[in-house]
Write a protein that binds this ligand. Structure first.
Ligand SMILES: Nc1ncnc2c1ncn2[C@@H]1O[C@H](COP(=O)(O)OP(=O)(O)OP(=O)(O)O)[C@@H](O)[C@H]1O
Ligand SMILES: [Mg+2]
Length: 343
């Protein structure tokens, strides 16, 4: 249905069907996994040890002394603090639609509003790590070790220079190997879920954003299984909705088999160019399909947004008063306030 916007529905649909069948084949294999393996423990039901992050790297929980609990200032955030950690996956298998830009700027906006935010870079390109100014040279430990070795997230996160409340788990090119390496590992699609459960049980975070690669492989599936919410950025361009039908079907499959908490919580229009009629048409079409989900805020195409990563920054600090930063701030506020209403 949504493919109709570009008039190639039959071609796109048949490609989509094949890809969804491939995903369903994977899912059939997952069914051999015991249900309890994918059960999500409610981190608020037990009594988590509330531990403050300290320093550029999270030490192992055992390394914290009780005094560390008071070590981080607890200013009242200017946006609502969710009752429990919100885990959002930013996904769209179409490349270059603004997934990473959206991830890092929303994360920075929330952190600069006083919330505690972690970005998990799940893309071997490591673009989110770059934009957040964190080390991710080859050999840097991060997402790969978490997925492949079961290493705790807390051991490898780095604090971003963007904000004292913003951390990131770096991705290096090594992560490309995980897509294949994971296949032979037990519980391969719940590795990230397990790691996040362990983290949120021991550390207090308001938001976790997962930046996905432009594909629907095992990395993205790990994110879909680990997340509560999905945010889809859609670029206001021709073919904007290509692949979205397929992504929605994949979400349904994952929801039915592995993660019934997963819900589409937001669609964000990106790279909107008010001068073109096409952008307006695409925006209208997206709003017609995702009436409830599409955020009011639309991200304009802006040079400031695209040049910020080359300074290892988000546009939120690079040029806070630019149109792009203002739009991402508005989107972050909407996201935070919507979450509040739903709680
Ligand atoms: N609002 C914007 N205005 C101008 N340029 C933008 C904007 N948003 C993103 N870009 C640029 O578009 C390109 C693609 O954006 P981004 O890397 O966020 O997309 P992506 O979906 O994460 O890509 P990939 O699929 O490769 O991971 C980047 O060069 C980015 O700087
Ligand atoms: Mg990206």
């Amino acid at each position: 249905m949504v493919d109709g916007i570009h008039g190639r529905s039959s071609i796109v649909l048949s490609a989509s069907v094949w890809k969804v069948l491939a995903v369903q084949f994977h899912v059939k294999q997952w069914r051999s996994i015991r249900r309890e393996d994918v059960h999500v423990t409610n981190s608020t039901s037990s009594t988590p040890r509330r531990i403050a992050f300290d320093g550029p790297e999270f030490p192992e929980p055992e390394a914290f002394a009780p005094d560390d609990l008071d070590d981080v200032s607890r200013e009242t955030p200017t946006l609502p603090r969710p009752k429990k950690t919100r885990v959002l996956v930013v996904a769209n298998q179409k490349g270059g639609v603004g997934k990473t830009t959206t991830t890092v700027n929303l994360a920075a906006a929330l952190a600069l509003s006083g919330l505690r935010v972690l970005v998990i870079d799940l893309d071997p390109q490591g673009n989110a790590s770059t934009a957040l100014g964190i080390e991710h040279r080859e050999g840097t430990k991060g997402t790969y070790e978490v997925l492949m070795d079961g290493s705790p997230i807390a051991r490898h996160v780095q604090r971003s220079p963007e904000s004292s409340g913003l951390w990131a788990l770096p991705a290096t090119i090594d992560l490309a190997g995980a897509e294949i390496g994971l296949v032979s590992i037990p519980g391969r699609e719940t590795r990230l879920l397990r790691a996040i459960e362990r983290l949120t049980h021991q550390h207090e975070l308001d938001y976790i954003f997962i930046d996905c690669p432009p594909s629907l492989g095992l990395l993205t599936l790990n994110a879909l299984v680990a997340a509560d919410e999905i945010l889809i950025p859609i670029q206001c361009e021709y073919y904007a909705l290509e692949g979205v039908t397929q992504l929605l079907r994949t979400i349904d499959v994952v929801k039915g088999d592995l993660n019934d908490r997963l819900r589409l919580s937001a669609v964000l229009l990106t790279m909107f160019d008010a001068r073109t009629r096409l952008a307006q048409q695409v925006a209208d079409e997206v709003r017609a399909h995702f009436t409830k989900e599409t955020l009011e805020a639309t991200i304009p195409r802006s040079v400031r947004v695209s040049e910020a990563p080359s300074y290892g920054q988000t546009v939120m600090t690079y040029q806070a008063n630019s149109a792009g930063a203002v739009a991402y701030q508005a989107a972050a506020e909407e996201l935070a306030n919507r979450g509040e209403m739903e709680n």
